[in-house]
Structures are given as C-alpha cells and as structure tokens.
Design a protein around this ligand. Sequence first.
Ligand SMILES: [Zn+2]
Length: 116
Amino acid sequence: MTSRRYQHAATAGAVLLAAAAIGAAIHHHYVPACGFALSVLILIEAALREHRRHRRAQLECEWARRRALGENPAPLNPCCLLARSSHGQAHDHNCTGEHSLEQFLAQIEAEHRGGS
Ligand SMILES: [Zn+2]
C-alpha cells in the first residue's frame, strides 16, 4: 500500500500548496504564488500517477486471483507495464497476456522435445 500512501501525501501537499498560492496571491506576492501553483500541478500529477499505479495493481491482483481459481480471464490492456513502455518488444514476468515467462519456457521446451 505504499503507492496509496504516496498518493495521499501528494494530495495533501497539493491542497496545502494551493492554499499557500491563494494566500500569496491575495497579498500580491505573485512570484511565490506562481511557484506554489506550479508545485500544485506537479503534486497533482504525482497523485494521479500513484492512483493509476494502485488501480493497475488492484487489476493485476484480481486477474491473478481469478487465474488461481481456475478461471481463464482475458488479458489486461496493456498486458503488462513493460510491454507498454517497450511498445510490445518486451514483457514482464507477471504478464497477463500470452507472453509470460512460463509460457515462453514451455514453448521452448516443446520445440526442443519436438526437434530431437
Ligand atoms: Zn505483457
């Protein structure tokens, strides 16, 4: 739950900095107000990124739970975070698609047995 803690800290920081920006603007300190406003935007982006990361972790946990119960859930979109960042060239060890390491090793073993 570390991402949740980061999300809450970034949200609280954004709220405090927004109050500081408003206070600085009321007292005609526009340069610090712009700095506070910029910091608010950065912290909002961080909070949203942590929210997306937490949501993805929840979806992966639910997918793994359903898989462990014997169901055959559809792969997540994207199948894994490494595939998204590598544009489909590489896949993570916990890939939810057909590119998992176990399936790759099983395919190699099947090819090796079939070839010899
Ligand atoms: Zn993948």
